[in-house]
Design a protein around this ligand. Structure first.
Ligand SMILES: C[S@@+](CC[C@H](N)C(=O)[O-])C[C@H]1O[C@@H](n2cnc3c(N)ncnc32)[C@H](O)[C@@H]1O
Length: 338
């Protein structure tokens, strides 16, 4: 299988290399040092690395985990691989670990581009990737020989199933973008976790998926936190005690009291570095915006805005969503007869 975009010039491949090196050095000093041996060298010159959504430190973390910790006791699953940055790390790490060198990675994605045109503006790949386009072939070609060890499941993850009798040793979750999907992921894949299995929640130190914080807070006594990936939002949990059936039941806003919600986000924020704590508090705003009360969301949002730091995902994710909903709400009020 030919590698993608063989026609790109050296100059195009080296696009942004200086800023990539600067970023690498800065992030190395900001906690990346333990992962440097596992850092993906291709990241400096791969044109697709500029389109990856996960950080190269997340790739380095999964590479190290696969190389040093996987025992071959269960499947390796990736939900939402996009263009395969994490898959490449899993392939690299497993290939260095004799216990799992021939393991297969079960990879689930729609494999249909969404928002890729905006992401590639100004980059060497501008104009080559199109919203609505199928990217399964590109994904597999990027994996090179490793593609033979990847089973790609194309389609809506809401339609996916998993035999609960087939253990999962490692799962990387970057697909739970709605509460419905989260409920499905938990009900479908998490019953196959064994004590010692690792779950990486990619969306942990981010604002857009508050259902993940609520669930992990409720079941926190069943997991040992393995920590946040440096320079990234991913957080790894190790299952330390079997989950009860109730953990796999679907939840929604009505399943959580106000006190539980407040405690969940305080706890979740305490698990990550100070720089990313505001993102998790922004997830509380997002929770109330999407599933609760816009007044509550607005109150928390203003409190956060008034805090001394500028909480980036509050401004980039939670506030725009809240503003949209408030505008829609106001619009509806305007239409009501006086
Ligand atoms: C944030 S991206 C993942 C980024 C990726 N982990 C990386 O390393 O760059 C989310 C992925 O989830 C996929 N996705 C979103 N909704 C989905 C759904 N309902 N079913 C399957 N895949 C979905 C998208 O196609 C996308 O590849």
């Amino acid at each position: 299988m030919t590698q993608p975009f063989p026609d790109l010039s050296i100059r195009q491949r080296l696009y942004g290399v200086r800023s990539r090196i600067r970023r690498f050095r800065w992030e190395l000093a900001a906690g990346g040092r333990p992962l440097v041996r596992w850092f993906p060298r291709r990241w400096f010159t791969d044109p697709l690395a500029l389109v990856d959504i996960c950080s190269p430190w997340e790739t380095a973390w999964v590479t190290r985990h696969a190389a040093e910790e996987l025992r071959g006791t269960g499947a390796v699953v990736e939900l939402g691989p996009w263009l395969g940055g994490i898959t490449l790390g899993l392939l690299e790490g497993t290939s260095r670990n004799p216990l799992v060198a021939e393991s297969v990675i079960e990879s689930y994605d729609l494999f249909v581009f969404d928002d890729v045109e905006r992401r590639t503006v100004g980059l060497p790949l501008e104009g080559r990737l199109h919203d609505g386009g199928d990217f399964l072939d590109l994904y597999l070609r990027r994996l090179g020989d490793g593609a033979r060890r990847v089973r790609a499941h194309r389609g809506d993850v809401l339609e996916s199933s998993w035999d609960p009798e087939r253990p999962i040793e490692f799962i990387f979750v970057d697909v739970a973008k709605s509460w419905e999907i989260w409920n499905h992921v938990v009900a479908t894949f998490y019953p196959a976790l064994q004590v010692g299995s690792i779950v990486v929640e990619q969306d942990w130190a981010h604002a857009c998926t508050p259902w993940i914080h609520l669930w992990h807070h409720r079941w926190r006594d069943h997991f040992r936190p393995r920590g946040q990936v440096p320079n990234a939002g991913s957080f790894a949990f190790e299952l330390s005690r079997a989950l009860p059936d109730a953990a796999f039941e679907p939840t929604d806003m009505t399943a959580h009291s106000d006190d539980e919600i407040a405690a969940a986000f305080e706890w979740a924020a305490s698990t990550v570095d100070p720089e990313r704590q505001p993102n998790i508090r922004a997830a509380l705003v997002q929770l109330h915006t999407l599933h609760g009360d816009l007044d509550v969301a607005s109150r928390i949002c203003v409190q956060e805005l008034a805090s001394s730091r500028i909480p980036s995902e509050l401004v980039e994710v939670a506030l725009p969503e809240l503003a949209l909903r408030l505008a829609q709400d106001g619009g509806r009020d305007d239409q009501q007869p006086g």
